[in-house]
Design a protein around this ligand. Structure first.
Ligand SMILES: Cc1ncc(COP(=O)(O)O)c(C=O)c1O
Length: 376
């Protein structure tokens, strides 16, 4: 029986093998193993991609989020206990970063059609302590529209984008600085290059992108022991620097990102046209230029569907079965919940299923998977 893998990172990276080996060999030969040319090149590549003025390579996506929030607190833009509105069905990392910075997450409902923050219900999460909105571009879909932009401007809020899953996605409407690409829409954006991401490193890596030079300088210093120049420490910082070996890998892969994303769009298009099973809700395809980090269907009998697909050779995954507020670490945490956001996230967690969608999935695979699903 043919097996349809969910994700095979070795296979995904094999077309880049020769170039990556050369690039890594260059780093080794340079003798510079922290910072350096490859890191700077990646940062300019990210500025070019997003239209942002500044980019700072960091250790991973969680640190990217943490450092932005921490820098805003240090600068006096935020005070401890200020509230950050975030979708209740996000990945836990978004919430961990908020709590780590001494801020209070307020879980807001997702739009059932997009599974992103419901931008028509933001007022339900607004309190006198609201200072920030964190749109998470979940599954590769830009969480950005006129009502989010108006909400932010009307209430004088900061916007930190969690762009871990949507590098290369375009919003339908311009961001605060007039650009369209995710990561550059708000005041600052966090990127993850975790190996499974659309632009994946061969280890951990991340970046902060912003139009705010002072913020970028603070993030750079905070990621490097709080140091502005050598052996001079102005903040209580940490070590959250981007590894130049990972930067070299990413510099090889960045020029091919659009090709990878286009392949994902093609697979999503096949699923969208060919899956027609009444028990399955497909993700909406209109509205923005998605990069399909995940193709997530919903099904009331999700576990049954998953078992059926597994028996038919189709590997799937779940993003995410248990929402952040139900994780054991949140039991004693201080967070807010707007309206029905908590039970809604639980319902999403019980019904979502991610189908294979990456460069490992061929057109033929997608036709066959759609056919298998239609026989469920
Ligand atoms: C939505 C979201 N935010 C943040 C992160 C954190 O990124 P990293 O794994 O690079 O720390 C991830 C990914 O893992 C994510 O999916």
């Amino acid at each position: 029986m043919k097996k349809y893998t969910f994700l095979d990172l070795g296979m995904i990276n094999s077309p880049y093998m020769a170039e990556v080996q050369e690039a890594v060999a260059r780093v080794i030969a340079s003798g510079r193993y922290v910072g350096g040319e490859e890191c700077r090149r990646l940062e300019s590549g990210l500025c070019e991609l997003t239209g942002a003025q500044e980019a700072v390579g960091v250790s991973n996506g969680l640190d990217a989020l943490r450092l932005i929030l921490r820098a805003w607190v240090d600068r006096g833009d935020l005070e401890k206990g200020d509230e950050v509105i975030v979708a209740s069905n996000t990945y836990i990392a978004s919430i961990l970063a908020i709590i780590d910075a001494g801020l209070r997450p307020v879980l807001a409902p997702a739009d059932p059609a997009t599974l992103n923050l419901d931008t028509s219900r933001l007022d339900e999460a607004l309190t006198p302590r609201t200072r920030v909105v964190m749109p998470v571009h979940l599954y590769g879909r830009a969480c950005w529209d006129e009502s989010l932009k108006n909400f932010v401007e009307r209430n004088g809020l900061l916007v930190i984008e969690d762009n871990a899953q949507a590098i290369g996605a375009r919003a339908v409407t311009t961001g605060l600085s007039g650009t369209y690409m995710t990561g550059g829409l708000g005041h600052a954006g966090a990127f993850s290059f975790y190996p499974t991401k659309n632009l994946g490193a061969m280890g951990d890596a991340g970046a902060v992108v912003t139009h705010d030079r002072d913020l970028a300088e603070r993030v750079r210093a905070l990621s490097n022991y709080g140091s502005d120049y050598r052996y001079h420490n102005i903040y209580i910082g940490g070590n959250c620097r981007l590894d130049p070996v990972q930067a070299a890998v990413l510099n090889v892969k960045l020029p091919y990102l659009e090709r990878e994303n286009e392949h994902r769009r093609m697979i999503a298009g096949i699923y969208d046209r060919e899956i027609y099973n009444e028990s399955i809700i497909k993700p909406s395809v209109g509205g923005c230029d998605m990069v399909w980090h995940q193709y997530v269907v919903r099904c009331a009998v999700r576990d049954m569907l998953r078992d059926y697909l597994s028996e038919a050779g189709v590997a799937t995954d779940i993003h995410y079965a248990v929402p952040p507020h139900r994780q054991p670490c949140m039991a004693g945490a201080d967070y807010g919940v707007a309206g029905d956001a908590a039970c809604q996230a639980e319902e999403i967690g019980e019904t979502v299923l991610s189908l294979p969608i990456s460069s490992c999935t061929t057109q033929e695979d997608a036709h066959a998977i759609a056919d298998i699903i239609n026989r469920f």
